[in-house]
Write a protein that binds this ligand. Structure first.
Ligand code: URP
Ligand code: ZN
Ligand code: ZN
Length: 476
């Protein structure tokens, strides 16, 4: 009779493709058998009545990322990954961000120092490219892509991050040559700056006006431009944190043309609206993120795009700033103009539960699509599949056991990040992760951390298959 480290028995297994009853046998952190009557184990976990899904892959979150304006992210690799584990996520991909003038090698080394010995779940790095010099494009990025840093984000907005169109083209051409996956923050910087100046001159400076300045048209224009630049080079592109129908229409249009354009959205575009920014005093700052949440019609469009496959990836875009903190949302005081409020909201721990409850339980998406969006497709798009993102023999035993009937209410006091609020306070949910396992070790039980700092491994990402161009080399 075979002997295993762990057996998970009687659960309903759900992958991106199938749902079926089977036991899962784990040895040395990997899934080694699936079926019935597999053998004995040191530990047997009874998953009767539970759904067994791949551990979540949160492919867009910001942890301990150095910033230029004096703001400090609340979560480092310890608190961020603790929060991830408690929410059912077993792999995170935050960003090693290049400062202008900095070597990308230095940014990646610095990020390794920040993460060393801290993570409770596994992690890989994307890079953020802000200064695409010849050395970066010809030496550093090609070498880093080979070494397992195969994806990076570029920006069309934020003064300290944005690239011009020529620079975007150079970066895209490099990605095509080297097989990297490019993510883009698509908002038109000049449109935002123009509206911001007008609003400020009229004294319209409250957090709510962040949402007015970051117009959906500015997002739509930048999305279309990014797609056009990628089409010119013939390279795949992923548009991150898409907020509503204007940008979705551009992505769908590109996909219908046969272009390899991928889309990501986030919980804030499903359950928040611009009205959340319209609060007494400075409270609206808690919801300031870019692009901003829009309206109920936009939420509906995002749901449809999740359902119909326009989006491949559902991430948190966890960007953690404390509210009541001079290094957080109140960096410039509690009467600060909206343009000086650090952008970003927390969401690592609540990402999966929100989509599970609002999507699967309310029957807007089915459970297999939930798995695809939150684990399998991000793992494929960023070169971690099949080690991560699925339940299969040979894959890491990264599993989340869900009670689909449990009722919960989101309370910041019960979350494990280091942020002093959640934008989802009071949201009532059905379904919760009751046990999370990373490489066969329990890292969270009943929403409480059960693992150790330093357990999480750094993962090298392969060159992703979805980053391959469609055609032969361009004639220019
Ligand atoms: O407001 C946001 N999204 N902050 C995080 C940084 C980014 O652009 O993703
Ligand atoms: Zn962004
Ligand atoms: Zn982000």
């Amino acid at each position: 009779m075979q002997h295993f480290d762990t057996l998970i028995k009687n659960g309903l297994i759900i992958t991106a493709a199938d749902r079926y009853m089977a036991d899962i046998a784990i040895r040395d952190g990997r899934i080694v058998a699936m079926g019935q009557a597999l053998g004995e184990a040191n530990e047997v976990i009874d998953a009767d009545g539970l759904w067994v899904m791949p551990g979540g892959v949160d492919a867009h979150c910001h942890l301990d990322q150095p910033l230029n304006d004096g703001a400090v992210m609340a979560d480092d690799f310890f608190t961020g990954t603790r929060s991830a584990a408690c929410g059912g996520t077993t792999t995170v991909i935050p960003f090693a961000a290049q400062q202008k003038g900095q070597s990308l090698y230095a940014a990646v080394e610095d990020y390794h120092r920040r993460s060393e010995g801290k993570a409770m779940v596994d992690y890989a790095f994307h890079m953020i490219v802000t200064d695409p010099t010849e050395v970066v494009l010809k030496e550093e990025l090609p070498a880093l892509i080979e070494k397992g840093y195969s994806s990076f984000k570029i920006y069309l907005t934020y003064d300290d991050l944005k690239l011009n169109d020529r620079e975007v083209l150079e970066v895209l051409a490099m990605a095509r040559r080297e097989g990297g996956m490019v993510m883009i923050h698509a908002e038109n910087a000049d449109c935002i700056a123009y509206i911001t100046e007008l609003l400020e001159s009229q004294g319209q400076t409250k957090p709510y006006y962040h949402g007015v300045a970051h117009s959906a048209i500015a997002e739509r224009e930048a999305t279309h431009r990014a797609i056009s630049l990628a089409e010119l080079i013939d390279v795949p592109l992923l548009i991150v944190h898409v907020s509503g129908p204007d940008a979705i229409e551009q992505i769908r249009w590109a996909q219908n043309r046969g272009l390899r354009v991928y889309g990501e959205t986030c919980p804030q575009y499903l359950v928040l609206t611009l009205d959340d920014l319209d609060q007494a005093g400075f409270e609206g700052a808690k919801y300031v993120c870019s692009p901003p949440p829009r309206d109920a019609a936009a939420q509906e469009a995002v749901w449809q795009a999740l359902e119909s496959g326009v989006f491949q990836v559902f991430s948190s875009d966890h960007a953690p700033f404390r509210y009541d903190d001079a290094k957080g949302k109140k960096l410039h005081g509690e009467c600060a103009d909206f343009q000086h409020i650090p952008n970003g909201i927390p969401g690592l721990e609540t990402r999966l539960s929100i989509l599970f409850s609002e999507g699967v339980i309310k029957q807007r998406i089915d459970a297999t699509r939930f798995v695809a969006l939150t684990a399998t497709q991000p793992a494929k798009i960023y070169g971690l599949y099949p080690r991560k993102g699925t339940i299969a023999i040979g894959s890491d035993a990264d599993l989340t056991l869900w009670d689909p009937n449990a009722r919960t209410t989101i309370r910041n006091s019960e979350l494990h990040h280091a942020v002093d609020y959640t934008p989802y306070e009071g949201l009532e949910l059905t379904g919760k992760p009751v046990l999370t396992m990373c490489r066969g070790q329990v890292v969270s039980r009943n929403g409480q951390p059960a693992g150790e700092a330093g357990y999480g491994l750094f993962l090298k990402c392969d060159k992703p298959q979805p980053a391959r161009p469609r055609g032969a080399a361009k004639g220019f």
